[in-house]
Design a protein around this ligand. Structure first.
Ligand SMILES: CCCCCCCCCCCC/C=C/CC(=O)SCCNC(=O)CCNC(=O)[C@H](O)C(C)(C)COP(=O)(O)OP(=O)(O)OC[C@H]1O[C@@H](n2cnc3c(N)ncnc32)[C@H](O)[C@@H]1OP(=O)(O)O
Length: 283
């Protein structure tokens, strides 16, 4: 009953889904809520590779707030593209960046992670494309991961000459354990879907996006006979210490980020990495 009235805030589309965007105009994040199940699909749509810039993160953050307020029954996070789930942080947010913008940018990333990692309803990452670094972080924040075959995922920060912050690391350790994380992080390992499945970094492999989406929907059925309150509170207890570690240190984490990326050698490395991405395209 409550769900129905909450969902009525969203305009109903002909196919039984309600669409909305946090800004009133669908832009970088499109949310549709299935009228029957109350499950929201959050589609990242920033071509070409869904790299995470301030605007995308701001929209994602307000979409997550709206879903929390509207008591969504669950979230499926996916990409508009069948090639890339998210290329991670937009390198241009870190390369030759202005202090004011980079402060807003990193704060928005922290905010998204806190909201997604701690979202009360079940969350699934439908990883229908490559998911390096920040893209992997978004997937790790969800409770369940379904990944399309022959894609790649991982926290490859060291390959860019940067260090993954503690909360990135904790998100990985909580899923694959300390030993596997240490090897993966220090080597900047990008796992194929098959490898990721083998070490438990993802939970299921899918043939294609459609299959991944339908497997993502199946996940919610596990909670058919479980009290939503008991489920949500258990999740909160399990995730609380990881979330609090960042919440209590947001300012310190922000300063560390700004300090780190402004280093001359880091800026040089980021510049070279950007160049290599462009060259890779030509060859
Ligand atoms: C004491 C010290 C303590 C320290 C504490 C910590 C302090 C903080 C440290 C900082 C941490 C910062 C964390 C960062 C995490 C990140 O997310 S960094 C980003 C990492 N991302 C990547 O490495 C992905 C790079 N991209 C790719 O590998 C590929 O693009 C792809 C596999 C995703 C897709 O391949 P394909 O479909 O072939 O597309 P492309 O032709 O490669 O790309 C199209 C287009 O997009 C541009 N692009 C790709 N990725 C990015 C990106 N991340 N940012 C910006 N732009 C990107 C690419 O250059 C192409 O552009 P053009 O069309 O050529 O203009």
């Amino acid at each position: 009953m409550f769900l129905r009235s909450a969902l009525s805030l969203w305009p109903l589309a002909r196919n039984g889904t309600r669409s909305y965007s946090s800004t009133g105009v669908t832009k970088l994040v499109a949310v549709t809520v299935d009228d029957q199940t109350g499950i929201a699909t959050v589609n990242l749509q920033r071509p070409p590779v869904n790299s995470l810039n301030l605007e995308l993160l701001t929209e994602l953050s307000s979409s997550l707030t709206d879903l929390e307020k509207n008591k969504s029954r669950g979230i499926i996070l996916k990409s508009y593209s069948d090639a890339v789930f998210s290329a991670g942080i937009d390198i241009l947010e870190m390369y030759k960046c202005e202090e004011e913008r980079v402060t807003l940018f990193w704060s928005a990333l922290q905010e998204v992670w806190i909201k997604l990692y701690g979202h009360f309803a079940p969350t699934v990452a439908c990883i229908n494309g490559h998911a390096p670094a920040g893209g992997c972080l978004l997937a790790l924040s969800c409770e369940y991961r379904v990944m399309v075959k022959e894609k790649t995922i991982g926290l490859n920060e060291t390959k860019l000459g940067i260090v993954a912050p503690q909360w990135f690391i904790a998100s990985l350790v909580n899923i694959i354990g300390q030993r596997q994380s240490e090897v993966a992080l220090t080597t900047g390992k990008m796992f194929t879907t098959e490898e990721a499945l083998r070490i438990g970094l993802v939970d299921e492999m899918a043939e294609n996006t459609e299959d991944a989406f339908s497997k993502s929907l199946e996940f919610f059925k596990k909670f058919k006979n479980i009290s939503p309150f008991a489920r949500a509170q258990t999740k909160a207890f399990i995730r609380e210490s990881t979330i609090q570690a960042l919440v209590k240190n947001r300012e310190k984490d922000l300063k560390m980020f700004i300090n780190e990326i402004r280093k001359e050698n880091v800026q040089k490395g980021l510049g070279q990495y950007l160049e290599s991405l462009k060259k890779r395209k030509v060859s």
